[in-house]
Design a protein around this ligand. Structure first.
Ligand SMILES: [Zn+2]
Length: 114
């Protein structure tokens, strides 16, 4: 079975590889380059070495998703207390959580679109 790791830039999973040395941090070279550009952009804006710039729309998407996930958890808690139907609760939570697949979260880099 292929071992997966997450790209430090885009957050997507990719095969870790079996070669010697340090495991890769990025799924592709362009993402390593964007991470470098983001660090450069961060320095220009006097951000800390671990800080990144995000588009407001990206932040809003993350916050919206977390809000919906939290609401689903409240629903599931309530439904389980009332009915004990674990299958329905799991399905409801799964549908909400599956929206995470649509989130595209990348920090801003020098070459990012405005
Ligand atoms: Zn990536």
């Amino acid at each position: 079975m292929t071992e997966l790791t997450r790209c430090t830039w885009c957050g997507k999973s990719f095969p870790r590889g079996k070669g010697p040395g340090r495991p890769p941090l990025y799924c592709r070279r362009s993402h390593r380059q964007r991470a470098y550009e983001a660090r450069t952009l961060g320095r220009v804006h006097a951000l800390g070495s671990d800080d990144v710039l995000l588009a407001r729309s990206t932040l809003q998407s993350i916050q919206d998703f977390l809000y919906e996930l939290e609401a689903a958890l409240v629903d599931v808690d309530s439904d389980l207390a009332e009915t004990g139907d674990h299958r329905a609760a799991l399905w409801h939570l799964y549908r909400v959580a599956a929206e995470a697949r649509r989130l595209e979260v990348e920090p801003k880099a020098v070459g990012s679109p405005p």
